[in-house]
Design a binder for this molecule. Sequence first.
Ligand code: SAM
Length: 282
Amino acid sequence: MNELPPLRDVIASHGLGAKKAFGQHFLFDLNLTAKIARLAGDLDGLVAVEIGPGPGGLTRALLATQADHVIAIEKDPRFLPVLLEAGTHYGDRLTLIEADALDADEHALTAGKPAIIASNLPYNVGTPLLIKWLKASPVWWQAAVLMFQREVADRVVARAGDKAYGRLAVLTAAAATARIGLKVPARAFTPPPKVESAVVVLHPLPAGKRFPDIAALEVITESAFGQRRKMLRSSLSAAAAKAGTTAEALLSEAGIEPTARAETIPPDGFFRLAAAWRRANG
Ligand code: SAM
């Protein structure tokens, strides 16, 4: 089989300049993309769902694993011809979907087969995509390796008391474990972004350990961390009123001091608050 041309040449010969509006920063180093793919674990027999394949650096790495199939969802149609070429090279195991990943129904696309998610995420949609996957029901993915800008990665994996601890860490803890798998310097990308990046490795929690009402948790954490310097009895008052109750009543039901501040409360405290808010909300 002929070798695929280097990604830099592919970009040049197809005139595929990076578009800022699509958050395009490409990875050309195939050792690095192989390392990212490995963070997802053994892919033997699994489907790998890739968001934003672009010219295909990570796609090639995923196709080179034992994964049964790779489903790549890309919004920018300019990349489809070069991705098709890579798909053919690796034995027709690639399905390309031209779509906005925010609208994609991955559960339907993977047809109930065990799947992982891999992505060098477009920075502008990284957080909403993560929240979409945390909310997914049924949970169609069994691991995710996601490149975020470093500051967002720190917010995903933060613990109570950390500077980066906030809404994103609590929402993540409700549905998954998360750790930083790899730090990636800006110079690894073309063009280099202004910030450093990191790959976060996530695994969904088993059903009995999840806090399933992420919608209620979003309401509570938005209020609590929206005014993070305030005491919870004050920052939660508007959200409580919307549910026809008071912040003091919610905090008492959750066993949390009314004078506590959001940044000191571990995720399970927010789960209890969200459950109390849901009960009040009817
Ligand atoms: N995976 C490639 C790599 O590592 O070189 C490209 C990564 S680049 C940071 C992000 C990619 O996501 C781009 O190809 C961009 O066109 C695509 N993209 C941006 N927004 C998207 C969306 N909403 N849905 C699907 N793809 C999107």
